[in-house]
Design a protein around this ligand. Structure first.
Ligand code: KG4
Ligand code: ZN
Length: 401
């Protein structure tokens, strides 16, 4: 009898990942080969290096995923792969490998949108924990939910509904320019912190005063975009902004500039440049106040805390406003920034206050991984929604309607 095992493959950005998931509900293995050390010295992902590293890692990563799951290729029912959005060359490595494997093993191939994968990271977590508690999750699983996908490439709000076993997604909000994770990475870079910036800012923010610098999102000029002028980034052209409620639009490029101006006005540039070498030598952000103070002055820690407080506050305000306006009783928060400790604490507190439920992926499944791809593929596998032989990478693949 079929065990319902799907091998997921993910290579859209800077992680090569493979995982084996049973019936979209139980992770048997999840292997992620991170390229952080390759890209760290450049302060961001270098697409050509990413493709090269994926080529190196894909075979051993898939092998490790099968071994850890105690499975062989013969045990698999399907192969799932991320087909977009992401870096074209990076996506192609996973797609080409998955296609060859599916052809050689005569297995069906399922194409998964990376953003849908992130949403399924939370659903997978819910299914796994409800299986552990032996309670049924069918009630909550049948309700529409508001999903915030917040990562290095995206800050998108979707209304998510299950209909007859399939999942439907309606885009209700998005960023007009930078993603929230991109703002974290750019601010970390200008402060001389490590890459990716999110974990560094997360770790350092707890030692600063979040109210020291009153950053504001009030001045977001969404009307410029809504007035028909071209959006500032290529990504912003991929979704119809004009039909979205302006209350659910984000913009994170302004706060990055505000931090830069603050650094220059307050003479903090020299401190930031002095930090770069020390940070590059140490991969992990400091965990104690003493270690944080040895790396950053108190005004820098206050600036970091204020930046994070403002970004999380904006994400929180718009997500809960969208949930309320669309009648969603459940919120799903996912993507790399969903690993943030302040974000988790404040979303949990707000949800409790409003009597809503909020779900996050396990921290390891917040950032890119392949378990979420295999989980998202399960309903498509059941519906026989298989990828065509001509499947190719779609760097700006949109999700839903
Ligand atoms: O989902 P992900 O691994 O890749 C994309 O699809 O983009 O997200 C990576 C992003 C990076 O911008 C990183 O700085 C951010 O997630 N990130 C965090 C944290 N951990 C990762 N941001 C804030 N706090 C964190 N703890
Ligand atoms: Zn991602």
């Amino acid at each position: 009898m079929s065990r319902g095992l799907i091998l997921g493959i993910e290579s859209s950005c800077d992680e090569t990942a493979a995982a084996v998931v049973e019936r979209g509900a139980r992770t048997l293995s999840s292997v992620v080969a991170s390229q952080i050390s390759t890209h760290a010295r450049y302060g961001g992902v270098v697409p050509e290096l990413a493709s090269r590293e994926h080529l190196r890692a894909i075979v051993p990563v898939v092998r490790a995923a099968l071994e850890r799951a105690g499975a062989t290729f013969d045990d698999l029912d399907a192969i799932a792969v991320t087909s977009g959005p992401g870096l074209a060359g990076a996506l192609l490595v996973g797609i080409t490998y998955a296609k060859a494997l599916a052809f050689a093993r005569q297995l069906p191939l399922v194409a998964v949108n990376h953003l849908e994968g992130h949403i399924h990271a939370v659903l997978l977590e819910e299914r796994q924990s409800s299986a552990c508690q032996e309670t049924s999750s069918s009630d909550s699983a049948s309700q529409p939910a508001l999903a915030l996908v917040v990562s290095g490439g995206h800050t998108h709000l979707y209304l998510v509904r299950p209909v007859d076993g399939a999942w439907h997604y309606r885009l209700v909000g998005r960023t007009l320019d930078d993603a929230a994770g991109e703002a974290y990475d750019k601010v970390a870079k200008l402060l001389g912190l490590g890459y990716p910036g999110g974990p560094w800012i997360d770790a350092l923010a707890r030692f600063g005063n979040p109210r020291a610098v009153p950053f504001s999102f009030a001045q977001i000029k969404t009307k410029v975009h809504l007035g028909g002028k071209p959006p500032r980034t290529k990504a912003a052209t991929t979704a119809p902004i004009a039909r979205l409620n302006p209350r659910f639009l984000f913009s994170f490029s302004g706060i990055k500039t505000a931090v830069l101006r603050y650094v220059e006005l307050h003479g903090m540039r020299k401190e930031a440049s002095g930090r770069v070498e020390r940070v590059l030598a140490d991969f992990h952000p400091p965990k104690t106040r003493e270690a944080a103070l040895a790396l950053c002055s108190q005004p820098t820690l206050d600036l970091i805390a204020s930046f994070q407080h403002a970004v999380v506050g904006d994400l929180l305000k718009k997500t809960f406003a969208a949930a309320e306006s669309l009648g969603a009783k459940r919120i799903l928060v996912t993507g790399g920034v969903a690993a943030n400790s302040e974000l988790r604490a404040r979303f949990n507190a707000e949800a409790e206050h409003r009597g809503l439920r909020v779900g996050f992926p396990a921290p390891a499944l917040s950032t890119d991984n392949a378990a979420m791809i295999a989980a998202a593929a399960w309903p498509k596998f059941l519906a026989h929604e298989f990828a065509p032989a001509a499947l190719s990478a779609d760097p700006s693949l949109a999700l839903g309607s």
